[in-house]
Design a binder for this molecule. Sequence first.
Ligand code: SF4
Length: 283
Amino acid sequence: MTSSKTGTAPKASKAPKASKAPKAPKIPKGESHLALVRRARRINRELAEVYPYAHPELDFRNPFELLVATVLSAQTTDLRVNQTTPALFAAYPTPEDMAAANPEEMEELIRPTGFFRAKTKSLLGLSAALRDDFGGEVPGRLEDLVKLPGVGRKTANVVLGNAFGVPGITVDTHFGRLVRRWKWTDEEDPVKVEAVIADIFPKSEWTMLSHRVIFHGRRICHARKPACGACPIAPLCPSYGEGETDPEKARKLLKYEMGGYPGQRLSPPPDFPGKPAPALGAV
Ligand code: SF4
């Protein structure tokens, strides 16, 4: 599921347009827990204005497709997964079809996502488990999902949050990096990060917070060169200055719709202000 509401006009995004450098943050040293919670919630509200259209960046039409796409997304981009899954789901639309697949044929179909032998093994195992243990349906409980081959807590939370509407926090590489830059936590272990964030935000925010933070990490607050000079939440960020602070140079670092480029989904939600991603091999 996405946050989009079909048929409604897209809300104006608070995209970074100013050519002035953002104000330097005023975050006191020794910030109290209460002040941190307030700042964290304010960042979330600001991100909601910047990315009113935040959504999962994997294309899917049902829980099974989202589960498979999430397993395929390990060690590659969502774009590459989205370019690969149309042919995969055309060949194997259900867990039963996938469980009965010829492994070599499946390897060829998912080769563009990398690690295709290990991923084929996972997909064969998980689709057989869905067929044999869950009546061919994806279960909607964390404890069942994590028992499926190749499915960890992160994948389970993505599926729960986006296909079942069960609140979940997705601690991927972007989420972990950003919450540490914002000093919400120093934890490195994703399970510990998840617990800290769950304490700061109400459950109702968990899924959309995850999308917003990941959107920000992919578009503005990059791992190597964060675009601090074009960052709308710079006044709330203790790591302002870790990246490029010159507004013009920073704007050139923006990605996807923020930089005027296509997004990662071939079928983005209707309120997405950018262009759809190209199909595999398209120029
Ligand atoms: S881009 Fe810079 S200012 Fe913005 S959140 Fe990242 S580190 Fe902070």
